[in-house]
Design a protein around this ligand. Structure first.
Ligand code: PLP
Length: 427
């Protein structure tokens, strides 16, 4: 077969974009060459429905070992008793948990999307808001912080079956212990979706949800720096409270319910090439080098947030405990929307995303804020020394969005800076 040069040229173009630019999208990262290699490997050819050593297909002897390695490393990384590494994405992981523990129409309580939550936590445009009956908690207007007393009030009023904590754009830590007390008080299961800060949790830099939350889901491609994918974990296995029994009439363990909810519940064959890449990423995350990396991500986020505040921008909740921050543009530029900010920065090869701020007055396609994260640039080797310069470049562009000379100058300085931090020198 002829090499498809059209696609490979486009991949090369994307490589150049990633190499040249400052990547500040909080949900992105750059995987290691060995993670890339596994993700692009011949394992993509193999069907392996089922679980390691219990498959519905022949020839799984090798992929069984790979998947078991991924499970074992993940268990070690988070100190959990049970894990499933098959979800194709974070959304798939959440879909499987909800299929496993809820019936259609059951009540769920999640963090409001417009305050920083995720679509899969009950949004009306997502399966979670269409198949189940959602209610939401948010942040306080004055502080930008989650108010756990208010969550309790809503939980008592709504009596949800599942409480979901975790977020896509919340820069503060979570009080999982208090949430578990609330869940126990109303008889709900507690799900922590740690997609964003999972790498920081694994390295002990944030509160640990494992002892308090019944179930934990995550993506593997954000701070965890693995391939695009999802995982589900439990600190301890327990008898499912929904009353499900196995074929022998015995109560099912929750692990069996969740394994079944992934396959055959919501997925078919697992992506063994991606599972191999996950195994490598989990192995990398177990090293001291990764711990140092995570600490640097946190330092960089702090320094960047302070630099943005010094330049006149507001950081929602006043700062960050993790790798990301939500910037309110209005104090510095009342007329600059998140949309224009995103488009302006793209012209300078600085990649960010527009983001609604809590109590947003503009539409979700326009917004008054932007979200910045430091996981990707820290992988490239940038430290706190470079953060003030990055804030300066962002500010210069956002202060002069229609000035082509300024935009060209910022772009040239972005390229100059990133040339010092090669990404994939051997690709
Ligand atoms: N959960 C949270 C908190 C997220 O931030 C995201 C992704 O942004 C997801 C779930 C979904 O992950 P995916 O895009 O892999 O489906």
């Amino acid at each position: 077969m002829k090499r498809d040069q059209i696609v490979f040229d486009l991949i090369q173009e994307e490589l150049q974009r990633q190499e040249n630019g400052i990547e500040l999208i909080a949900s992105e990262n750059f995987v290691s060459p060995q993670v890339l290699e596994a993700a692009g490997s011949i394992l993509t050819n193999k069907y392996a429905e089922g679980l390691p050593f219990k498959r519905y297909y022949g020839g799984c002897e090798v992929v069984d070992q790979i998947e078991q390695l991924a499970i074992d490393r993940l268990k070690q990384l988070f100190g959990v008793a049970w894990a499933n590494v098959q979800p194709h994405s974070g959304s798939q992981a959440n879909a499987a948990v909800m299929l496993g523990v809820l019936k259609p129409g059951d009540k769920i309580l999640g963090f409001d999307l417009s305050h920083g939550g995720h679509l899969t936590h009950g949004s009306p445009v997502n399966f979670s808001g269409q198949l189940y009956t959602p209610s939401f908690y948010g942040v306080d207007k004055e502080t930008g912080l989650i108010n756990f007393d208010k969550i309790r009030e809503i939980a008592i009023k709504e009596q949800p079956k599942l409480i979901i904590c975790g977020a896509s754009s919340y820069s503060r830590d979570w009080d999982y212990e208090t949430l578990r007390k609330i869940a126990d008080e109303v008889g709900a299961l507690l799900l922590a979706d740690i997609s964003h800060p999972s790498g920081m949790i694994a390295t002990g830099l944030l509160n640990n949800p494992i002892p308090h939350c019944h179930i934990i889901t995550s993506t593997t491609h954000k701070t965890l720096r693995g391939p695009r994918g999802g995982i589900i974990m439990m600190g301890e296995d327990f008898v499912n409270p929904m009353g499900y029994k196995n074929l022998k009439g015995e109560p099912k363990m929750m692990s069996a319910v969740l394994d079944g909810a992934v396959f055959p519940g919501t997925q078919g064959g697992p992506l063994e090439h991606i599972i191999a890449a996950k195994a490598i990423a989990f192995g990398e995350a177990l090293t001291d080098e990764y711990k140092t990396y995570m600490k640097q991500v946190k330092t960089n986020a702090n320094v960047l947030a302070n630099a943005m505040v010094d330049l006149g921008y507001a950081v929602i909740s006043g700062g960050t405990d993790n790798h990301l921050m939500l910037i309110d543009l209005r104090p510095k530029h009342p007329d600059l929307t998140g949309k224009l900010a995103e488009n302006t920065l793209v012209l300078c090869d600085i990649t960010i995303n527009k983001n609604a701020v809590p109590f947003e007055t503009r539409s979700p396609f326009v917004t008054s804020g932007i979200r910045l994260g430091t996981a990707a640039i820290t992988t490239r080797g940038l430290t706190e020394s470079e953060m003030p310069e990055i804030a300066q470049l962002i500010d210069e562009a956002l202060t002069n969005p229609t000035n082509e000379v300024v935009i060209a100058s910022v772009k040239a300085r972005v390229h100059l800076l990133m040339k010092k931090f090669p990404l994939y020198p051997n690709l």
